[in-house]
Design a protein around this ligand. Structure first.
Ligand code: ADE
Length: 239
């Protein structure tokens, strides 16, 4: 999969794309990650990428031309039609389901603004998706794009060492994850639940499912409306 980011601050992505699991995925050739400065696509002599809004008022607006030129250059390089994702607080709230959907694509282009708005024609005629990572305003779309890129990349086959971990983690099952423990079995006066050291796989699986249900019920009850529960499970969490 290929993911390109259009930004005025490509240096922000250097470490993120090189480190840890994303860096390894890149090395393994599973994903190609690139941050591109769309200022390089401005066609005026001062390399400006923004201008005052028509109609007046404060602030600046990112111009359509450099962003269209950068996206069109990327499209002409690639074989498949990319999804063009605008990072903005007005976008669709980001979820694990959206991450799964995007992970099926072969090419994603992210557009990040900084401080200012976008010329509406970018939204209307270039962008296929608008994503918000939460109801708060960041200084730019870069951190939001990193969140989306990271959560999409980890779903690609071969990226996570343990293939199961993307399947059982919070939200993939529709539930929050159950608690984990590792050695020692007793740390200070706190002991690991007996069932986890019992070696009884079915009891362990039942315990984990119950813990996931309880945690979801306590912390994020609204998630349970999307999950199929047995009658016993429903009775159990409400007890
Ligand atoms: N740009 C600024 N704030 C944002 C947010 N919450 N999500 C996505 N992009 C943004």
């Amino acid at each position: 999969m290929r993911m390109d980011v259009l930004t005025l601050f490509p240096a922000m992505f250097e470490e993120v794309f090189a480190a840890s699991i994303l860096g390894k995925a890149k090395e393994k050739g599973i994903v190609s990650l690139q941050a591109i400065n769309f200022r390089d696509y401005s066609n005026n002599k001062h390399n400006t990428v923004d201008d005052a809004p028509f109609g007046g008022g404060g602030g600046m607006v990112l111009k359509a031309e450099p962003i269209f030129a950068a996206v069109e250059a990327l499209i002409s390089e690639g074989a498949a039609k990319p999804r063009v994702v605008l990072m903005c607080p007005q976008g669709e709230p980001y979820t694990q389901r959206k991450a799964e959907e995007l992970s099926q694509e072969s090419h994603l282009i992210f557009i990040c603004g900084h401080y200012e708005g976008f010329d509406e024609r970018i939204r209307e005629h270039l962008v296929t998706d608008e994503i918000s990572i939460g109801d708060y305003v960041l200084t730019g779309g870069e951190l939001a794009a990193m969140v989306v890129i990271d959560s999409v990349a980890r779903l690609l086959p071969g990226v996570l060492g343990n293939e199961m971990s993307a399947v059982t983690d919070s939200f993939s099952t529709g539930l929050l994850e159950y608690p984990h423990y590792t050695r020692p079995a007793k740390f200070r006066e706190w002991e690991v639940p007996d069932v986890l050291i019992s070696g009884h796989h079915i009891n362990v699986a039942n315990w984990r499912r119950k813990q996931s249900l309880r945690r979801t019920w306590q912390r994020r009850p609204e998630l349970l409306t999307h999950v199929e529960l047995t009658k016993e499970e429903r009775q159990w969490i409400q007890a």
